[in-house]
Design a protein around this ligand. Structure first.
Ligand SMILES: O=C(O)CCC(=O)C(=O)O
Ligand SMILES: [Fe+2]
Length: 199
């Protein structure tokens, strides 16, 4: 059997359904999207309050949607912008592959290895039960970690490639946490787009 570069890999994770497409986008397509998204997304820096201390979030973010529903997480309330042409095109490609429709993109820009996304689960009520979340990566490769909420021996890690697509569905958000840790490596920028359906 020939394994094509775009073939999805199903991760072996208890109580979860996680699927990884290492090269969902061709390299040239991924390069072009990285450049255009860096320029055209309305990147913003928000403050977060952790343990009573207010600090800038360790990444830039932006929210886009095909409706006007706001999205809130970690005490941050975001109002969506209308989709850009590039976001529409990416959305169409992902929706065709997954046969699933999304309303909302949360975009993350990690400026360097010091930017990160701490342990969390995407289980906001507005996402409904057992949400399907699709996560696209462009730019610098970063490590992504999962850990099981009840059984701390269960861990999983993978490298998120330039042009990759990661799907989290089923019980993933109920049973597992995920994070994108900092790295001391000298690395460039990474853009992540997470598609969600906000009800
Ligand atoms: O940057 C990533 O790959 C993860 C983003 C993420 O987990 C989130 O925005 O909820
Ligand atoms: Fe997340």
């Amino acid at each position: 059997m020939t394994l094509f570069k775009s073939d999805p890999i199903v991760l072996n994770m208890k109580d979860a359904e996680v699927i990884y497409y290492p090269s969902f986008f061709a390299r040239s397509e991924a390069n072009a999207y990285f450049n255009v998204l860096l320029e055209t997304i309305a990147w913003q820096l928000d403050d977060i309050t952790i343990f009573g201390k207010t600090v800038p979030q360790p990444r830039l973010t932006a929210l886009y949607a095909n409706n006007s529903k706001s999205y809130s997480y970690s005490g941050i309330h975001m109002q969506p912008h209308p989709f850009t042409k590039s976001l529409e095109a990416i959305k169409a490609k992902v929706e065709l592959e997954l046969q699933h429709r999304f309303t909302t993109y949360l975009c993350n820009l990690y400026r360097d290895g010091q930017d990160s996304n701490g342990w969390h689960t995407d289980n906001e009520k507005a996402l409904g039960q057992r949400p399907l979340i699709a996560s696209i990566s462009f730019g610098a490769e970063r490590i992504f970690h999962f850990k099981h909420k009840e059984d701390s021996n269960l861990k999983q890690k993978l490298i998120l490639n330039h042009g990759s697509l990661l799907i989290m569905k089923g019980g993933t958000q109920d049973y597992w946490l995920h994070q994108l840790p900092k790295t001391k490596k000298k690395i460039g920028k990474r853009i992540n787009l997470t598609f969600r359906t906000v009800y």
